[in-house]
Design a protein around this ligand. Structure first.
Ligand code: G4P
Length: 530
């Protein structure tokens, strides 16, 4: 059912290491989609690196990211849902969760810096779900790495096969443009100007003299050599392999100059996957099923601290979502309905009547939702594949105002439901340990606990290396818990977690406890048990 609606949708995210050009590319895509009229309309969704204690900045950031969390626009009859991901690395978990709600990604790589730390981590998360990736190599107007070298580096570092669909003619000051290997046309580069149709020169054949005329003999010769080599190595793009996440098409360009972006977008709508099915704990759900299902992948607190209501982001997985209709919230078993669900069509952020698979709907929530929650038309199932990863920093939560204990407990519970951080409670005790990906989150928690719940707290740093979810033989687990009492915690769902002091400790415990499994994510079926 709803095939027509499903087939015209593409839901994706742009990912990159900070500063590679994600915001700039987002803006150019929105310009093509007519969602914004002028450049500069999309504010950089970044907390500047030195402003970690500037809470106003954090607040501002939260405001901006609600507004740009999802950007929907129509391009050539395709409805494109672009899900934004935070630029700051301390919010990497947010990005990982957003990736569960998309069907493909565009990865931006800075041609000068090549593969960077965050690029590696993000692609690893994509690989867990075989998410199709298109690569955009950005900043060709700067002297970057030699393209063949770059392709090689990306393939090796990210362990993914690439397939160039465009190829640059020089770079930096000498950058002349890109050759579109699919349309066999030449796109001539003009710095700081909007790339227009006139800059595209169709070339009947790569050996045609038109090429020499446009780029000069030397560069024409080089391009012919490159293209011959590329054709020999790559041939036609295997779209199936792309859809399976095995091969990533590559484009070269310069986002700030709006160069190479149109080819990227045209190819994207041609080959990117339509909304895909998702796994649940019971069965696989296909988008064309008649009945509605969806899951919450992100929760955003209200910008106004006096109002605690939040916006929960729902990805529609199957059927049709409708306003004022009762749906089952499967974790609580309650039936809920939404009178003001809203869409993110960039020009009209508005109440919507219905939504289809691939769409993201904003739901007002008064604290009932948790990341990963599922809504259905009554069927009892829970979407999977939204795992929690081991945090990297751990601190003990200290209550500074015993009169506000209740507020603190409620606040920390709600903030961790939102996915700001993870809460671990001592097994058989009351110690609370907060795990985060970055320092900034601790500051956010402290600030929000005070502002929104009136509770003050401090944090004592703990030197743990990783949190591992443990499962296995009942007796072995019981013994382990007894011996390692002070390192055993429970996550919010009551799962047992072992906090390891160091990699050495973890390896030793693994060796000593062959009947226990140590998992690095909360979802054991897909666990990366390295
Ligand atoms: P991000 O969201 O991935 O963090 O990156 P963003 O788009 O904010 O871009 C980071 C910087 O790189 C920006 O410069 C941006 O103008 C620049 N940039 C983006 N695309 C290109 C390109 O194709 N060529 C060149 N040379 N630069 C590019 P900034 O100085 O940090 O900010 P701004 O003052 O220019 O906005």
């Amino acid at each position: 059912m709803y095939e027509k609606e499903i087939n015209r949708r593409r839901t994706f995210a742009i990912i990159s290491h900070p500063d590679a050009g994600k915001t700039t590319l987002t803006e150019k895509l929105l310009l093509f989609g007519g969602a914004i009229q002028v450049a500069g309309a999309v504010k950089s969704n970044k907390i500047k690196k030195h402003a970690t204690s500037d809470f106003m900045e954090i607040e501002r950031q939260r405001g901006i990211s609600v507004a740009t969390s999802v950007m929907s626009f129509e391009y050539k009859d395709t409805l494109v849902n672009l899900l934004d991901t935070p630029g700051h690395k301390d919010f990497a978990e947010d990005t990982y969760r957003t990736l569960t709600a998309v069907d493909s990604v565009i990865l931006v790589i800075d041609s000068v810096n090549g593969v960077e730390e965050q690029t590696r981590k993000l692609v690893e998360v994509c690989r867990m779900r075989d998410t199709p990736v298109i690569v955009f190599v950005n900043k060709l107007d700067r002297d970057g790495k030699y393209p063949f070298y770059l392709v090689d580096e990306i393939e090796k570092e990210l362990k993914i096969s690439l397939h160039p669909l465009s190829w640059p003619i020089n770079m930096g000051k000498e950058f002349k443009g890109v050759y579109d290997l699919y349309n066999k046309s030449l796109n001539l580069f003009t710095a700081n100007q909007k790339a227009t149709e006139e800059n595209t020169v169709p070339i009947p054949d790569i050996n045609h003299s038109l090429l020499d005329e446009k780029v000069g003999d030397r560069d024409a010769r080089q391009l012919r050599e490159d293209v011959e080599l590329l054709d020999g190595v790559y041939g036609e793009l295997d779209t199936k392999a792309y859809l399976e996440g095995k091969v990533a098409p590559v484009f070269f360009g310069s986002a700030v100059n709006n160069f190479g972006v149109r080819e990227l977008l045209d190819t994207f709508i041609r080959i990117a996957p339509v909304p895909l099915g998702r796994d649940t704990d019971k069965r696989h759900v296909e988008p064309n099923e008649a009945k509605f299902t969806g899951f919450i992948f992100k929760i955003h607190a209200n910008l106004d601290p006096r109002h605690r209501d939040r916006i929960a982001f729902l990805r529609v997985c199957s059927g049709r979502f409708a306003r004022n209709t009762y749906f089952r919230h499967t974790r609580t078993g309650k039936d809920v309905r939404f009178s003001n669900p809203y869409s993110f069509l960039a020009r009209e952020k508005d109440i919507i009547e219905e939504a289809f698979p691939g769409d993201v709907v904003g739901l007002f929530d008064t604290g009932n939702f948790k990341i990963g929650d599922t809504l259905t038309e009554g069927e009892d199932l829970q979407f999977t594949g939204i795992p929690t990863f081991s945090p990297e920093l751990f601190k003990e939560l200290v209550n500074k105002d015993p009169m506000k204990t209740k507020q603190l407990e409620k606040g920390i519970s709600q903030l961790t439901d939102e996915g700001v951080a993870q809460l671990f409670t001592q097994h058989g005790g009351n110690r609370k340990i907060i795990g985060c990906v970055g320092e900034l989150q601790f500051e956010v928690i402290q600030y929000r606990l005070l502002q929104e719940y009136g509770a003050s707290c401090s944090f004592v740093p703990l030197s743990f290396y990783k949190a591992c979810w443990i499962t296995g033989d009942k007796k072995a687990v019981e013994d382990f818990i007894r011996f390692k009492q002070s390192n055993i915690m429970e996550d919010k769902d009551g799962n047992l977690v072992y906090l390891a002091q160091s990699e050495w400790f973890l390896n030793t415990e693994r060796q000593n406890n062959p009947d226990i499994e140590f998992h690095f994510t909360s979802e054991f079926k897909t666990a990366m048990t390295k």
